[in-house]
Write a protein that binds this ligand. Sequence first.
Ligand SMILES: [Cu+2]
Length: 299
Amino acid sequence: MRNKFMTFGLALIGAVVSFGSAFAGPAGEVRSAPWQMWLQEPASPTAERIVAFNAQLLVIETLIVIFVLGLMAYIAVRFNAKRNPVPSKTTHHTMLEVVWTVVPILILVGIAVPSLKHLYFADSIPEADMTLKVTGNQWYWTYNYPDNGDFTFDSLMIPEDELKAGQPRLLTVDNKVVLPVETNIRLLLTSNDVNHNWALPSLSVKLDTIPGRINETWTRIHEKYAGKTIYGMCSELCGVNHGFMPIAILAVSKEEFEAWTKQAQQTFASDAPPVPMTRDIAAIDNVETVRVADASAAR
Ligand SMILES: [Cu+2]
């Protein structure tokens, strides 16, 4: 019986997942497609976990809906005025009340435990192979590769009237973020002006970039995405051009990435003195000054 139940559950998950993947983005691109029904295809370990967890929750939800619906149908048929003209006067039933309190609690705990596990998995960075620093600006992104030659570049959206054939509207950028597959990438996120949010559905990365703070998360792009572009967008309302600061990651093999970083060091080289990275440095300096002043006053 239990086996049958498990088989049914897995079959349902499989059906839903395969139905959803029929709506994946165009070849070579990872993004949502018109009329897409399911989540975007998962390209990172975190995303794989979240998509699977979502499918498990769907099974639990479906069973609850079927159970409650069945119960209501039974009540409507069995206890309607015609079939049950003299209703019971019962107002309390201790056992029943305990059960309908405890069972939902157990279901919620059963959901919370794996949910927290996934949350910690997404949050705790495994041994990082490289770092990408992302800085939000009104209204574009700045990317810095501290471990690969410490070069920096901006990534701006291509306006609609300059798009070439096949380039997606509101998602195409001038400089894509190039990242290697099968590499643990530490992501450091901050902002130069207001709160933005660096969000990529297929990587299950969605984290605020906040001026004066550095948020940290990680990702690892699955090997099969080499050569594909993974799209995302700013997901924190950041001003009038909020909808025009997309994210485009070009996933490449490790060798291609090595070659690209060498070239990028030349392409994005600058003679200009380094621009202060964020306001947080100034803020930290001020804090230090105040502390020093306080200490001298105390003396
Ligand atoms: Cu933004």
